[in-house]
Write a protein that binds this ligand. Sequence first.
Ligand SMILES: NC(=O)C1=CN([C@@H]2O[C@H](COP(=O)(O)OP(=O)(O)OC[C@H]3O[C@@H](n4cnc5c(N)ncnc54)[C@H](O)[C@@H]3O)[C@@H](O)[C@H]2O)C=CC1
Ligand SMILES: O=C(CO)COP(=O)(O)O
Length: 324
Amino acid sequence: MGAGSWGTTFGLVVGDTGHEVTLWARRPELAAAINATRRNPDYLPDVELPPGLRAVSDPEEAMDGAYAVVLAVPSQLLRRTLEGWSVPADAHVVSLAKGIELGTGRRMSEVVTEVAGVEPERLAVVTGPNLAREIAARQPSASVAASVLEATAQDVQRICHTPSFRVYTNGDVVGCELAGATKNVIALGVGMAVGLGFGANATASLITRGLAETARLGAALGADPYTFAGLAGLGDLVATCQSPLSRNRTFGEELGRGRSVAEISHATRQVAEGVLSCASVQQLAHEHGVDVPIVDHVAAVVAGELTPAEGVRALMSRAPGRER
Ligand SMILES: NC(=O)C1=CN([C@@H]2O[C@H](COP(=O)(O)OP(=O)(O)OC[C@H]3O[C@@H](n4cnc5c(N)ncnc54)[C@H](O)[C@@H]3O)[C@@H](O)[C@H]2O)C=CC1
Ligand SMILES: O=C(CO)COP(=O)(O)O
């Protein structure tokens, strides 16, 4: 459900396992173009889609009879989008979005449960170092399918584990979702450092201390600390922070070079989740009394309260501390 970069690519992955895939595109003309050309001209023009994949623009038609409904709509649109749908009562539901809802501080699986009445036992989250373009090119990658019920995680693993996409099951939905949302914010910060002309020491320091913030937040919210050393944590953080393919890192880089949030947002149709989630991750952390200085400074730059250079100075001039 969602024919953007990741929804289309995940459809290709599931198609590669031999399952039939119905891809929901919001715009009928995009669905028609996908069916006519076997490509997604807007988001993935160079990649041929598997023969078992067809696109539709009616959400009910897309979900009818589905074994699994896979949600690939950006985080801040998920609630609004789900409110208009009736998700089948017997299907697995898989969330792919990496963000925290503004205003409510909800994780995406919480939004799905709240709006669509989906019990946590049939919900799974797929997340990890999964840059869509590399996966669409069938480059090797690993990921996790997380669910509170191992059988659900295994069912989802079965429909998306391929020779190039290796899926591990995981029981820590909270940690996996927090890691996926927070890494986008850290990647904005890393991008800013790159845009300001800083090198590997600065980016490695941000990645490492960013992971420490994420793990602290996870601990406060009941996540398993090992998740942050795994694919959903360190894996995704490193991939996103180091790849020029990452929209979040690229967005941060442009900020670091002096462009404004409005200018950068205008120039792309693709979502950089961290731009909105920096405020919701920050709010969630503050509500739980968790210290998240990198998130705080990224949020201040995104809000226009600091320039990236001022953000770095403020971050570096905090009182010396003890590593943990
Ligand atoms: N692209 C990637 O490499 C990866 C993305 N993700 C996550 O997947 C989620 C979706 O991202 P992408 O597909 O990459 O985004 P995208 O920017 O490529 O596509 C946006 C999608 O949202 C839909 N959309 C836009 N406005 C809408 C509206 N008003 N109502 C309903 N749908 C609307 C579009 O039709 C499209 O399907 C995000 O949370 C992202 O963080 C996760 C892993 C990898
Ligand atoms: O989540 C991703 C890789 O795992 C994609 O990151 P971006 O949204 O920054 O492109």
